[in-house]
Every structure is written in structure tokens, then in C-alpha cells.
Design a protein around this ligand. Structure first.
Ligand code: GLP
Length: 245
């Protein structure tokens, strides 16, 4: 595992964008796994910037979202499919028909999860972008999630609902359930790129990188993957002994 500490947010976004850019140029049929959340916003801005400068193209790429809330209406601004479109996809040359996400309003959610999981495995995500939750969650795999888990409906913890309340008009609007790619699904990606910033992530980062590999800390599952790059800011890295990069 490669762990990099970048001193400032711009450097972190550039380093993460380098990983994405390298993947896109070195691959004929790129399949990107996209995360949502505060941690990846600067990365998406940096990728947009590079696209505008003609340094990068997502023209031939497919993208798969990591997770989606259950029960938000199609046009809801916090539906992850809409967030990814607004914050990233519509600013680059990613074909909207090649951006895939699970439908959190499907009549049969279990069937939708199984369909989405099959679709991901068939396509084979080459590079999966990830954040880490304050409680160590990965996508919406909350503490206790099995490392064998596949895409499924999960109950969100109160910590995750409280953390994500900042994106909604009120805390009570945050859904109680979501669809998430499972840990086993995520680990099937060819490469993982994990980004974490801020002091509130320091303990989750320490537990994930240095504590026991255990379902109690879902993000510790990344240590089972052969090709992982973790990019942190100094605050997220402060409980984890690392060499600055
Ligand atoms: C969210 C998302 C995750 C994300 C994580 C970190 O709830 N479901 O995919 O990586 O939690 O979010 P943030 O970057 O906003 O701290």
C-alpha cells in the first residue's frame, strides 16, 4: 500500500488526479468507480480543470457509483446520481449513458442490488475512488459489515446520518437507508484510490491503516487489496505514523 501525505488541499487533489489521469491514459476501456462526499470534491474539480486544459479525457470511460440513498425522489439534489452529475460528470466528456448507479427507488431493492452487483462485476472497475467515513465506513458499509458483502441495502448509522446532514436542509431529511456496493464488490476493483482529509478522519484513518483488519472498521478491508494508494492531509494523518510525501 502506498500512503502519501500532502501538505495542502491543492497538492492532495493534484496527486489524486495524477493517479486517475495515469489510469485513464494507460487503459483502453477505462471503468472508474466514483465516490461522493466532501473528500473527493477537489479531486473532481481538478479533473475538470485538466479536462478543460485538454490534459485528460473520459470520452471512452464508464463510471459506476459506489452507493446511493434509498427513497430520494429522482430530482432530489442529494441523490448521489445527481451529485456526481452536478459536481463532475456534466463538466467533463463522460457519456451520461455510461454512468451507472443503483436505483434507490426500485420497487424491488434486493433485485436492484443484485443487478447492479452483476453489472459491476461484468464491467470490472479498473480504478475505484473512495473516501473513509468518520466511523471507518467505506461507501455505506457501516461498522460490522462483512468483508464478503456484496451490493445490498443497508441501514445508516446515526453517526453517518449526522455527518451527511450538512448536505440536506435538515437532519431529519437524511435517509435511513442506502444501497451500497459491498466490501467484496469494492475489493474486486483493479486499484483503489483512497482520499481522506481533516482532523475528524484521523482516528478512522489510524484504525483503518494501523489497527486490526476487521469488520469493526470496514475501511481496514483496503489492506486486503494488492494495489492501494491512500492520500491524506496532515490532519487526517496525524494519528498514523507516516513519512510525508
Ligand atoms: C459518505 C459516502 C462515502 C464517502 C464517505 C466520506 O457517506 N457514502 O462514499 O466516502 O461517507 O464522506 P466525506 O468525504 O463527505 O467525509
Amino acid at each position: 500500500m502506498e500512503v502519501i501525505v500532502e501538505q495542502d488541499a491543492g497538492g492532495l487533489a493534484r496527486r489524486a488526479a495524477d493517479v486517475v489521469g495515469e489510469y485513464l491514459t494507460g487503459c483502453r476501456d477505462p471503468v472508474l468507480g466514483l465516490a461522493t462526499g466532501g473528500s473527493v470534491r477537489r479531486l473532481y474539480r481538478e479533473l475538470t480543470c485538466r479536462f478543460r486544459q485538454g490534459r485528460l479525457s473520459l470520452g471512452g470511460a464508464q463510471a459506476f457509483l459506489l452507493d446511493e440513498y434509498v427513497g430520494l425522489e429522482a430530482g432530489h439534489p442529494q441523490r448521489y446520481a445527481n451529485v456526481v452529475r452536478r459536481q463532475f460528470a456534466e463538466h467533463v466528456d463522460l457519456d451520461p449513458g455510461r454512468i451507472h448507479s443503483p436505483d434507490g427507488n426500485a420497487a424491488d431493492l434486493d433485485r436492484e442490488c443484485a443487478r447492479y452487483d452483476r453489472q459491476i462485476i461484468r464491467a470490472q472497475v479498473g480504478l475505484q475512488i473512495l473516501g473513509i467515513g468518520r466511523n471507518g465506513h467505506l461507501a455505506f458499509n457501516e461498522p460490522g459489515s462483512s468483508f464478503e458483502s456484496r451490493t445490498r441495502v443497508v441501514q445508516l448509522t446515526s453517526v453517518t446520518r449526522a455527518d451527511n446532514a450538512r448536505f440536506f436542509d435538515s437532519a431529519s431529511e437524511v435517509p435511513f437507508k442506502a444501497i451500497t456496493q459491498g466490501l467484496a464488490t469494492i475489493l474486486q476493483a483493479g486499484r483503489l484510490l483512497v482520499v481522506a482529509t481533516g482532523p475528524h478522519k484521523a482516528e478512522a484513518v489510524r484504525a483503518s491503516l494501523r489497527g486490526p483488519v476487521s469488520p469493526a472498521v470496514p475501511a481496514s478491508a483496503i489492506r486486503l487489496h494488492p494495489r492501494v494508494t491512500v492520500i491524506l492531509d496532515p490532519l487526517a494523518a496525524r494519528f498514523t505514523r507516516l513519512v510525508s510525501g
